[in-house]
Design a binder for this molecule. Sequence first.
Ligand SMILES: Cc1cc2nc3c(=O)[nH]c(=O)nc-3n(C[C@H](O)[C@H](O)[C@H](O)COP(=O)(O)OP(=O)(O)OC[C@H]3O[C@@H](n4cnc5c(N)ncnc54)[C@H](O)[C@@H]3O)c2cc1C
Length: 425
Amino acid sequence: MFARQLASRAVPAVRGQSRVAAIRAFSATANARIEYPTVEKGQSLWNFTDEENMLRDTVRKFAVDNIEPIVRQMDEAEIMDPALIQGLFDNGLMGIEVPEEYGGAGMSFTSAIIAIEEIARVDPSVAVLVDVHNTLVNTVFRHHASDAIKEKWLTGLATEKVGSFCLTEPAAGSDAFGLQTTAKLDSSGDFYVLNGTKMWISNSGEADTFLVFANVDPSKGYKGITAFVISKDMGVEIMKKEEKLGIRASSTCVLNFDGIKIPKENVVGEVGKGYKIAIEILNEGRIGIAAQMIGLAQGAFEKAVPYTYQRKQFGKAVGDFQGLNFQFADIATQIEAAKLMTYNAARLQEEKRPFTKEAAMAKYYASVVAQRAAGAAIEWCGGVGFTRDTGIEKYWRDSKIGAIYEGTSNIQLETIAKFIKKEYA
Ligand SMILES: Cc1cc2nc3c(=O)[nH]c(=O)nc-3n(C[C@H](O)[C@H](O)[C@H](O)COP(=O)(O)OP(=O)(O)OC[C@H]3O[C@@H](n4cnc5c(N)ncnc54)[C@H](O)[C@@H]3O)c2cc1C
């Protein structure tokens, strides 16, 4: 009865038109809204190339052998081990998508996503270093830089120099285009003069190469925003290093630019088009954060569940109580869903299909699942989970950042809601 009422409301009788015709028109409109991709043959979403599967195995081994033994030490000291960074370069993990002619591995976007996921499974701090460097900095250079800039800067980024992505400022967070850093063209017309302050900049403690967004003409608003590449020795001042709740081995600093002279050849892309670069790259970069979060969730799950089958209470393994194993099933389902969303968004990006909504959904959902999985993992292990010895509490601390950087969860929801309105309003 209720269903019939609803149907009659959804498909109002149109004067002079039968209800059947109205339903047809209704379904035609609904179908017209969705573009389904076509493939030669049906494929599962767990569909990786041999190269991608090999990369996953290699990165997993690298993370277990080289990162796992120093995770706690790096977290407590709040330092990224320089030898580990060198190891990331040596193993091609800092130039995953960079073409071989510039010293990179020339692999797919999904490969970068897999590498970030596998590293985050062991340490989300290292994963963000790899993520920002590959999916933000390197990608902007690959897509927008001139050949001369690629030759000069991208080769270094793929082989030896850490990169930072500098957009956020003290007064410009979610509203990133309200940035106040300026780059004024000198009267000679040969160089820009950079002044301003950036905040929350990942990798900045280790970086040599900085991709900086600054306004060349504030009277034009966001249409003055331009991307520049500069090196540390041009005068980047690394100010306060933040003391954080999680991802503590990843450096996050305040940067100051006090009259840095930037040759005009260092403009990345076109003058005044920096806002487009930032939008494009953050849409894509969100898939990287989703990958960090699914890796984190998987890592916490894998650390906690085996313990519950060892720990006995009331004469049996605590993991055998339905109160716990139903929770395992529930969290495992959520991790699986977040993985599928992340891989799907990555493939859409690769296939040059629209992916902005799917990327926002993947990042939003993966960060929710990461928090849930890591929080539950602590509880599943009881008091042991609450100690720093097991490393499980670190996953929970690290999970909080997923809902904040590269667009907070509210900003992801806003993006998703805009698409819904476009489709249905
Ligand atoms: C550890 C860390 C690393 C980072 N790394 C980098 C980096 O490498 N490069 C870089 O450029 N930036 C980086 N950031 C900055 C990060 O992207 C910003 O922190 C983030 O975009 C949020 O900005 P904000 O902190 O100023 O929060 P705010 O924008 O002040 O937001 C505060 C609250 O208001 C809500 N809010 C804001 N606007 C809206 C709205 N329109 N609708 C609903 N709610 C809203 C937010 O969701 C949030 O809950 C990093 C931040 C952190 C913490």
